[in-house]
Design a protein around this ligand. Sequence first.
Ligand SMILES: [Zn+2]
Length: 276
Amino acid sequence: MLVTSKQMILSAQKNGYAVGCFNTSDLELTKAIIAAAVAQQAPVMVATSEKAIQFGGIAALAALIKEEAKNASVPVALHLDHGKSIHIVKECLDAGYTSVMFDGSELFLDKNTQMTAEAAKLAHERNVPCEGELGHLGKVGVSSNQLTNPDDVLEFVQKTEVDFLALSIGSSHGVGSDEKLEIELLKKINSLTKIPLVLHGGSGVPDGDIQKAISSGICKINIDTDIRHEFTKDLREILKEHPDEQDPREILAEVMQKVQTLVEKKIKLFGSNNKT
Ligand SMILES: [Zn+2]
């Protein structure tokens, strides 16, 4: 069923696990993610970035995910990942997204606060929760991290009225070679606020650190790169194994199965299996 992300994340916070938020841009990934959630009886968030929206077109992509969500036996939220403008937040709300993120982490703190508050207000008018980001996650090989300053947290949360807060605590977007999490920083922030905390850049973080992060307050974990890598790696292998296969459906069905297996593994790592 299609639901907002509010209740699933509050339940995760209360019961000490994390909801998986997995990125899609097409039919195959969407079906694989939702099939994994159904197999594991897990609440799940299906996310689209602005790039995915550009790729698929917002109307088509939203309709596809909403339809798959409605038919699923587990709670599914349709989430905007890293919305960087008020315009895209509005577009997603109009298209029926049930969860949004405004990412002002590249802006100065005042501007980030002001724009995130605006996005949260728009979302709340439709009873949709909004995630904000404080501190900035770098991109592996491109830019560096700016860790969340605990001193900024309370004021940001109060002024923006966001429902969830994404932190920068050592992980990066993409898969780096040494993505150690700053667990002490996370614990400190978690002691300051009751807001559910979000980990981005979960791909490439060692499993042990993921578990420590969950027990220290992380209730939502984003996985994007791992899924894209799994998809392209499997696609290459399967095409090589079956060089004469002419039916894309035969090839894609195998790829989807492997992506599903990866998502199920993540769901179990996050502890959100059997939580519907
Ligand atoms: Zn992210």
